[in-house]
Design a binder for this molecule. Structure first.
Ligand SMILES: Cc1cc2nc3c(=O)[nH]c(=O)nc-3n(C[C@H](O)[C@H](O)[C@H](O)COP(=O)(O)O)c2cc1C
Length: 181
């Protein structure tokens, strides 16, 4: 099982959570960590190269900080240009079929905020439905997302612990129960 972690963080060097996750994930065998903003600072994505990379892996992880209840812009751009008709979808677009797909999301807001009676009203599961729909359309199996809330208040110890939990969750998703819709 080969895992591709597509990381989308515009300032990874300033990051606390995503940087810790990347550093921890890089220690794992059979994992490719792909820093999207480092590869394409001008948003000029090499579509063939990205498609090749995806085809070489069995599980695809989108790792990102929640930005305006969505993904950072380059990850949306990646979907728009890499997931082409005839490759990712359409009658002959079967290149993603039977791959596994998982989200790993850090959020500034606390977990209680992402509920009906919280100040964001919508749950993370609701906000990420377009990504789940993308997985459905492209024939990928949508696994339970990994989430980390309340980044501002988190201690170094909690972030370090989250990196261990993330690796366990992303590489052994069958063991993960938290976050299942
Ligand atoms: C442009 C921008 C938009 C953001 N939007 C949200 C948001 O919609 N919801 C939220 O909980 N946090 C939001 N945040 C906070 C980030 O999710 C948080 O800073 C990030 O997850 C921290 O991870 P890092 O330590 O890897 O940078 C936003 C931050 C920025 C800079």
């Amino acid at each position: 099982m080969k895992t591709l972690v597509i990381v989308a963080h515009p300032q990874l060097s300033e990051s606390r959570v995503n940087k810790a996750w990347v550093e921890r994930m890089k220690q794992e065998a059979d994992v490719t960590v792909h820093d999207l903003y480092a590869a394409y600072p001008n948003f000029e994505i090499d579509v063939e190269k990205e498609q090749q990379l995806v085809m070489e892996h069995d599980r695809i992880v989108f790792q990102f900080p929640l930005y305006w209840y969505s993904t950072p812009a380059l990850l949306k751009q990646w979907q728009d240009v890499v997931l082409t008709y005839g490759w990712a979808y359409g009658s002959e677009g079967n290149k993603l079929h039977d791959k596994e797909f998982l989200l790993a999301i850090s959020a500034g807001g606390p977990e209680q905020a992402y509920q009906r009676d919280g100040y964001n009203y919508f749950t993370i599961a609701e906000l990420t439905t377009p990504l789940q729909a993308m997985a459905n359309l492209t024939g990928m199996k949508y696994l339970a997302p990994f989430k980390f809330h309340g980044v501002m208040q988190a201690s170094e110890e909690q972030i370090k612990h989250s990196a261990e939990e993330y690796v366990k969750h992303a590489l052994h998703p069958a063991l993960a129960t938290e976050g299942v819709r």
